[in-house]
Design a protein around this ligand. Structure first.
Ligand SMILES: [Mg+2]
Length: 272
């Protein structure tokens, strides 16, 4: 697992674009993981486009741009896709909805407005729930009232917990569950591991699933998404997944490539 096998190298040769997870893949907490910059340099050398993916919709793409810049990584608007961005892409590309009641942070609200989705609490086309760290009773009441009235319902991602410096904190699943307890409505979910996140990512990159790889540290989001959407899968053991967890994965759910970290992937790319 520490070096790449010939079979894995063959898979890697077929990867013409990369979807790249952030936490546990490029950085861990506030620290850049070893080899992350080398990996990006190799992609540049090989002229392989990449897109950073994150499920956290409490922040805007600009927050991630700043965070990456602080670690010495330049990322353009086109190279960052949050689950909020993917939800906006889904609503504008695959539905006729042009206004939403948004349960989300101001950062997410700004991304919706800039993209041309009108934010309307009175008579919106749909209800969208994000990781709303500013939620209150009034917003919960309004979302439930609109859902009782039959409005279409979307959620940016499914995560139960979010890792912070304070430990694990409640993520969007707590909000989805609160709404479901009241209305019995379940949202259409867009973020990892759902196919819609991949559709938005491939739309952004202009690439096809079969020649695109996802690089990530989680079996149940990153790798699950690759398998749901026929992407190539590169699991890095630098974050959430340990050897025991990987050993439990059924043979047909094993990632195409398993490496210790992003530095090993950079070294493998050097061989192409
Ligand atoms: Mg991760």
């Amino acid at each position: 697992m520490s070096t790449i096998s010939d079979a894995e190298l063959t898979v890697l040769r077929g990867c013409k674009s990369f979807l790249v997870d952030l936490d546990g893949t490029i950085y861990l907490d506030s620290k850049l993981l070893p080899g992350a910059l080398d990996f990006l340099l190799q992609l540049e050398r090989l002229d392989i486009p990449h897109l950073f993916l994150t499920n956290n919709s409490s922040k805007s793409w600009t927050d991630y741009q700043h965070r990456l810049a602080g670690l010495g990584i330049t990322a353009t608007r086109e190279q960052i896709l949050t689950s909020g961005d993917a939800t906006i892409d889904h609503v504008l590309t695959h539905t006729t909805h042009r206004s939403a009641f948004l349960m989300g942070t101001e950062a997410l609200a700004k991304d919706f407005r800039v993209a041309g989705v009108d934010l309307d609490a009175e008579d919106p086309d749909c209800v969208v729930v994000g990781f709303d760290t500013t939620m209150d009773y009034d917003k919960l009441e309004r979302a439930c009232t609109l859902l009782f009235a039959g409005k279409p319902y979307f959620a940016t991602h499914p995560d139960r917990t979010c890792i912070t410096q304070r430990g694990l904190v409640p993520d969007i699943a707590a909000i989805i569950a609160a709404i479901e307890a009241v209305t019995r409505r379940e949202p259409k979910i867009i973020g990892k591991p759902y196919h819609e996140m991949v559709v938005a990512a491939l739309h952004r990159l202009g690439s096809d699933a079969h020649s695109t790889a996802i690089v990530g540290d989680q079996l149940d989001t990153d790798m699950e998404m690759a398998m749901n959407s026929d992407l190539r899968s590169v699991l890095l053991m630098s974050g959430e997944t340990g050897p025991e967890k990987l050993a439990e994965a059924p043979p047909d759910r094993r990632p195409d490539i398993v490496l210790p970290g992003i530095g090993a992937l950079a070294k493998a790319l050097e061989q192409l």
